[in-house]
Design a protein around this ligand. Structure first.
Ligand code: SAM
Ligand code: SF4
Length: 450
């Protein structure tokens, strides 16, 4: 796949245009979408919620599992019909599928106007203007991030809680994972630039920041001088108006004792660790090339719990990895019960292009994978329910994020440990830290009382 660099002069459009954006996948993608909106604002595009009225439709895609990729094609099929009814409307496709497929996407879907990758987000306005002026489809995909990371404007979807990317890419090569292929090698942003961004957020009234990276715990190893995540947390902890600091996603091998100590000592750092283990079985971990054993992972959890006994710990686990035996699967089940995860993102293994495990013998039938997934989800739910019930009768500080999706008459917030709490309150509380008493708890959320 080659990168075609197309020069176009950005032109601040006088006429307001509208953009609709749909985002699949992880927080990294959601954060990228906010940057796309910031970039497009510079050329006169304002976000709208009604796709049928949009001058530009953007699909920010995810390639992590086959089902996510299939969804891209079914969405684009539907979008073509909208475009056909609205002459002049454009479709742009970005994110991980676009990075992987590049110009193949245009061959398959010639009605798409712009294809851009994960490494050249900053080029979106130029590409849109160029495609519009020439009435021709354009594909531009860079193989790597630019040497000097451009600072990209952003329009955030929340005015309380903000995502801040601190490291891009991933240097691991887990045998099931497409991420290194579509997101490239690790590249940290400078700490000064990050702290300046967070200070700007604090000045704008934001209360919470989540530091993002595919491997956020590797932050700073590539900087000169080297830094680690804990140092960054300590610096951000000095910004008074930011009441909560979170980080996602950690790798068990890279989480250092200094990082845990920073979470313990920095008041605004939340007692919440998301540390994917992927399997509770050593042979599977080795074949996944995760670089640690179950015992190593348990020691990391011990180090967290020794220092921060109330910390919430969540994880990711894949079931049905090629060749995973019934016993190896049960080792993952037993580990969930032993380590008492607050939540686990579970997934049935999905063979991905460019990854070694996709060609291996011993691929499990879909029905078997989904049966294992169903059983694991029931265990995760039971464990989460037991943990959440311990909150009942206790007080918790929550940051109120807005109205509850399912019961708009209620408000919704999160504890420092990232538990969702719904409660009756008035809209003036949105954006504030409030103490509530937890009155009931289910595996996914709690009810609180002021
Ligand atoms: N960097 C993180 C780590 O070390 O675990 C994970 C980031 S990855 C974008 C998010 C999750 O997607 C992984 O934790 C894994 O559970 C899941 N995932 C990745 N590749 C997958 C595949 N081929 N099939 C099923 N799930 C997959
Ligand atoms: Fe994928 Fe492994 Fe990198 Fe996580 S650490 S993004 S699972 S390659």
């Amino acid at each position: 796949m080659s990168a075609t660099y197309i020069a176009a002069t950005p032109d601040k459009a006088t006429e307001k245009k509208s953009v609709y954006i749909e985002t699949f996948g992880c927080q990294m993608n959601k954060s990228d979408s906010e940057h796309m909106l910031g970039l497009l604002d510079d050329i006169g595009y304002a976000q709208i919620d009604d796709i049928k009225q949009a001058d530009l439709m953007i699909l920010n895609t995810c390639a992590i599992r086959e089902s996510a990729e299939d969804k891209v094609f079914s969405y684009l099929g539907a979008w073509k019909k909208i475009k056909d009814k609205r002459p002049g409307a454009m479709i742009a496709v970005g994110g991980c599928v676009a990075q992987d497929e590049g110009s193949n996407l245009l061959k398959r879907l010639p009605y798409v106007d712009v294809v851009f990758g994960t490494h050249n987000l900053h080029r979106l306005p130029d590409l849109v203007l160029k495609a519009k002026a020439s009435a021709e489809s354009i594909c531009e995909v860079f193989q790597e991030l630019p040497e000097d990371l451009p600072e990209i404007p952003v329009i955030r979807q929340s005015d309380i809680s903000a995502w801040v990317s601190v490291i891009y890419g991933c240097d691991y090569n887990c045998t099931y994972c497409i991420v290194p292929f579509v997101r490239g090698r690790e590249k940290s942003r400078s700490a000064d630039v990050i702290v300046e961004e967070v200070q700007g957020l604090a000045d704008g009234g934001y209360k919470e920041v989540t530091l993002l990276g595919q491997n956020v715990t590797a932050y700073g190893h590539d900087l000169e001088p080297k830094l680690h995540l804990g140092t960054l947390i300590e610096r951000i902890g000095k910004i008074d108006q930011i009441k909560r600091i979170r980080f996602l996603t950690g790798h068990p091998r890279d989480l250092k004792v200094e990082d845990i100590d920073a979470v313990k000592h920095v008041e605004s750092a939340c007692e919440y660790f998301h540390l994917p283990i992927q399997s509770g079985d050593n042979r599977t971990l080795r074949r996944m090339a995760r670089g640690y054993t179950v015992d190593f992972y348990k020691r990391v959890i011990e180090q967290i719990r020794e220092r921060i006994p109330d910390a919430a710990i969540t994880s990711d686990i894949i079931v049905g990895f090629p060749g995973e035996t019934e016993q190896e699967f049960m080792n993952s089940i037993n580990l969930i019960e032993e380590l008492r995860f607050d939540a686990v993102n579970t997934a049935a293994y999905s063979p991905r292009p460019h990854t070694p495990a996709s060609d291996w013998e011993g691929q499990l039938p879909e029905a078997e994978k989904f049966e294992r997934l169903r059983f694991m989800n029931s265990v995760v739910t039971d464990v989460a329910h037991k943990i959440n019930k311990n909150y009942v009768g206790k007080r918790a500080e929550i940051l109120v994020e807005g109205r509850s999706d399912r019961h708009p008459e209620r408000l919704m917030g999160r504890t420092r440990t990232n538990k969702i709490v719904n409660f009756d309150g008035d809209a003036s509380m949105i954006g504030r830290l409030i103490d509530v008493e937890i009155v009931t708890a289910n595996p996914w959320a709690m009810r609180g009382k002021l």
